[in-house]
Design a binder for this molecule. Sequence first.
Ligand code: ZN
Ligand code: ZN
Length: 224
Amino acid sequence: MREFRLQRLLRTVRSVIAFVQPRLSASIKNGNVIVEGRFVVTPTLAEHTSDGAIAEFSILVVLASSYPNIEPRVSAPGNNIPQTPAHHMNDDGSCCVVIWEEWLATNEDNSIQAYFDGPLKNYFLGQHIKLATGNWPFGERNHGKEGILDAFAEILDCARNEKKIEYLLRILSKDWPRGHWICPCKSGQIIRKCCVVDLKTLSEKIPSKIAQKMLSRLRSYILK
Ligand SMILES: [Zn+2]
Ligand SMILES: [Zn+2]
């Protein structure tokens, strides 16, 4: 089953890179699909031609067979990108391409094609501009916990309060929250008598699977 999924993922990746990233190649290694080579940055989506290239980065992307359940691990060795938060580089040397849960929660299309054309392309365009000008473009989120809190407050449409966000995510992580729990709006009422409609709308927008991922992401930062 896993082998079948891997082969299917490999075919998908190959068909995506064949058209937009011909200097990358894909293969199966250690139970993952590995994409490696030169990632070509073009200024706009329309310019997927060699003439449109403004920069190239050597990259290594590890895609799990359960994509998009597991965030791809991206690294970019040998490009002289400083290993700093300002460059959206993680402590373990991997690239902070996007806040994965935010991308899952706010984009309908989470295909490989959408990932390469969206987050991955924007990230390396960002690196190119940062290296050239010293500024990260797109008014991007801060790296690390601050950026996570900004993003999650926006997705949940709630106050940017760590405790509040955590409680809300705990509720949304359940398939359906219990009506007798204390309402996250802190009215002191139980959910059933308070924000039950708002919470139902929110749980339709953010499935429990994504809420669980958001919660564990948030907790990994709180523990630091
Ligand atoms: Zn970052
Ligand atoms: Zn309430």
